[in-house]
Structure formats: structure tokens, C-alpha cells
Design a protein around this ligand. Structure first.
Ligand SMILES: [Fe+2]
Ligand SMILES: [Fe+2]
Length: 200
């Protein structure tokens, strides 16, 4: 039994939803979907319909794209009302959301979701540009709450980083030109638990 994570599915891109459709079922495993599924409720519905049929449990947290207000959607939904509609959609498919009690991971080891850390979002080639949107008050959460793995998305810069003995996983898929060379969604799924070092 494994816990996987993926974020930034960006399903408005045809190549991305084709990749989602091709993902093999993992009926014993859980999947964290870490935001940026897309801009519409239809994108969310497609993600939930596909992934809740292929994983034992899906856990969703919103990204910035889910929270954009789309004038093409009728009726137009904004802010909290839009977020709550997505939470309701998740519940209809049996997926967990930030509105649910913390789930207990039935496999090996604990996990939690965290905000981005500032030092992980600096872009060496564009030093004036930081895409950090967190708070310094959460800087020590990974040690204060004894996290085993910290999972984030949004950067479209998939990476495994270590700090204070804690593994930080950036689990983005991203736009087609960003993931094509990685060999498809199957290879972009990140194993959170038990984790590469324990399952090796
Ligand atoms: Fe994204
Ligand atoms: Fe994002």
C-alpha cells in the first residue's frame, strides 16, 4: 500500500487529460492531488471521476487555478462559494478535502500538507522573481509537527529536497512542454509513503 502525490494536472491541456486517461489503476493505493487541476468545475469532475475509480482514496487540496472565477461558467461562482462547490463535488466522489478531519494514513508513516518554503521557490536564473506565497510563521512546521514528508505543488519544478532530516516533495506535472520529456504522467507520480528510501 502506497501513498502517491501529483499536482498541477492542468486538464485544459488536451495532452494532460490524455495522460490522465492513460494512468494505470492502483486500487490499493492513496493519491494526493495537490491543486491546479484546472480552471473549471468540469476539470474537477473529470479528475475526480477518473482518479477515484483508480485509487482507493483521493485527497484533494485547491491550487490557485481552481479558485479563479471563470466568466464562461454559468452561474458564475466566486471565492468561498466556488471553493465549497468543489468541496461538495469531491464529497460526491468520496474524495477528501481540507474541510474533512485529518485522515489517518493506514500504511507506513505519517504525512501532512504544508505551505511553500521561501528558499524552495527562488529561481536562480530570475533572482528578482519569487513565486512564494506563504508565510514565515510556518517556517518551522515541518519540525514542530514532526512531519515525515512535506508535499507541495504549484512551482512546476518537481524536486526532492531535504531540510532538518525532512523530505520535501514538489510533485507537479505541469504544462505539456514541461513534462513530455519525463515520459508521461505514470513517471511523474511521486511516491510519498513509504517513500523511495524505504521501499528500495
Ligand atoms: Fe500549476
Ligand atoms: Fe499554481
Amino acid at each position: 500500500m502506497k501513498l502517491y502525490a501529483i499536482s498541477d494536472l492542468h486538464l485544459r491541456h488536451t495532452e494532460n487529460h490524455q495522460a490522465l486517461a492513460a494512468l494505470a489503476p492502483r486500487p490499493d493505493d492513496w493519491l494526493i492531488v495537490g491543486g491546479d487541476v484546472g480552471e473549471t468545475l468540469a476539470d474537477m469532475d473529470l479528475m475526480l471521476r477518473t482518479l477515484t475509480a483508480r485509487f482507493r482514496q483521493v485527497v484533494w487540496v485547491p491550487g490557485n487555478h481552481e479558485l479563479w472565477s471563470m466568466p464562461s461558467e454559468q452561474p458564475p461562482l466566486r471565492g468561498e462559494a466556488r471553493y465549497l462547490r468543489m468541496v461538495d463535488l469531491c464529497h460526491r466522489y468520496g474524495a477528501l478535502t481540507p474541510e474533512d478531519p485529518y485522515p489517518r494514513w493506514p500504511g507506513d508513516g505519517p504525512h501532512r500538507h504544508y505551505p511553500l518554503r521561501y528558499e524552495h521557490v527562488r529561481l536562480p536564473r530570475i533572482p528578482r522573481f519569487s513565486i512564494w506565497c506563504g508565510t514565515r510563521l510556518t517556517e518551522d512546521w515541518h519540525t514542530r509537527y514532526r512531519a515525515e514528508v512535506v508535499v507541495t505543488g504549484h512551482l512546476h519544478m518537481p524536486a526532492t529536497l531535504w531540510r532538518d532530516g525532512v523530505r520535501f516533495e514538489e510533485v507537479s506535472l505541469g504544462y505539456p512542454q514541461q513534462w513530455r520529456h519525463r515520459g508521461g504522467l505514470e513517471r511523474c507520480l511521486r511516491e510519498v509513503l513509504p517513500g523511495p528510501e524505504k521501499s528500495a
